[in-house]
Design a protein around this ligand. Structure first.
Ligand code: NAD
Length: 322
């Protein structure tokens, strides 16, 4: 059985990825600093002998290096990060530490590990479509587009992507950068848009929508993100940058209305919640959408979920796991 390291493996996407990799017969080593969005319960469906958790910060290079030397993993999937845009506006410092200095910690340990021996390993870094910043209606960001991040979160992810590019070029580190659109699915922390809406519907509370709700986002099911990451690990070439998108773009208001309909259908007791438009987030981008032709054509990747059925399943999951 081969080993893989997943940083941030107790978070939303990380825990789904751990399960995906265990199902592909890997032993997974999780590095997670137990930040507020981590949840050990996210691993409850995975046999305990298929993973090992190290509660530590990815900024700690020596501890990262210890794990690399002990397990000789074939890959590191780097997902550890502070991830909530609103929190990054309130307190950017945590984002600078985890998302920039954290990636620096991973890169430095990887550099040392590779220098010592000729170890075969790939670092798959999980980044976001937000690095490209606000784009015009009907436009799609390509891998070569300039980075124009708007929030401290997006800027910290952009900075770490650039740091990785410099380590690829200068030190020949075997890294691949992936930029994904918004994820949805089981185990997402309740502060994020979709689980928050479902919880408010359940509690008959108002559903706050920023501004006029016309901000457009592309949505991918987390399992489809995992399958794309796995394919990129298997056949991706070192130094590549790859967008991961589903092609399903909706504005926040439309998405909310779909969730309300799904909720009323599944829950039987119709909600008394109403949409409430609230003051817009500072610097709020109007549109993110990715051109994912490279992933589809070169990697022959296909999504499993369409947004309609994926959202329906997600509402069901959240209600069953409330
Ligand atoms: P999440 O907040 O649910 O999970 C993040 C995990 O990382 C948590 O378990 C947390 O404890 C851990 N962590 C944070 N800082 C750490 C550090 N310094 N050292 C060790 N562990 C640390 O986030 P998520 O939504 O699962 O996102 C995972 C990754 O995917 C992030 O890098 C994010 O930028 C990226 N991403 C997310 C989305 C999305 O829609 N959720 C879209 C594109 C990219």
């Amino acid at each position: 059985m081969k080993n893989i390291v997943v940083t941030g493996g107790l978070g939303f996407i990380g825990s789904n990825l751990v399960e995906y990799l265990v199902n592909k017969n890997y032993f997974v080593i999780i590095i997670d600093n137990l930040s507020y969005s981590s949840n050990i319960d996210n691993l409850r469906t995975i046999p305990k002998n298929k993973y090992k958790i190290y509660c530590q910060d990815i900024q700690n290079r020596n501890k990262n290096l210890y794990i690399l030397k002990k397990y000789h993993p074939v890959a590191i999937f780097n997902l550890a990060a502070e991830t909530h845009v609103d929190r990054s506006i309130e307190n950017p410092y945590k984002f600078i530490k985890s998302n920039i200095l954290g990636v620096f910690g991973v890169l430095e340990s990887l550099k040392k590990y590779i220098n010592n021996k000729n170890n075969k390993i790939k670092l798959i870094h999980v980044s976001t479509d937000e690095v490209y910043g606000d784009i015009k209606k009907n436009k799609f960001s390509k891998e070569k587009d300039p980075y124009l991040p708007s929030s401290p979160y997006a800027a910290s992810k952009a900075a770490s992507d650039l740091l990785i590019q410099s380590y690829i070029r200068t030190y020949n580190l075997p890294c691949i950068i992936t930029n994904c659109c918004n994820n949805y699915g089981p185990k997402q922390f309740p502060e994020k848009l979709i689980p928050k809406i479902i919880i408010n519907l359940l509690d008959n509370k108002k559903i706050p929508i920023y501004g006029n709700g016309k901000q457009e986002r592309e949505w991918i099911h987390v399992e489809d993100h995992c399958s794309a990451l796995y394919k990129i690990f298997q056949i991706g070439q070192v130094g590549e940058q790859i967008n991961i998108g589903s092609g399903e773009v909706r504005n926040n208001l439309k998405l909310t209305k779909v969730l309300i309909n799904n909720f009323n259908e599944i829950h039987h007791i119709p909600t008394k919640s109403n949409i409430s438009f609230v003051k817009d987030r500072p610097g709020h981008d109007k549109r993110y959408a990715l051109n994912s032709n490279k992933l589809k054509k070169k990697y022959k990747w296909k999504k499993k979920y369409d947004l309609q059925s994926g959202l329906y399943a997600t509402v069901k999951w959240n209600l069953a796991n409330d």
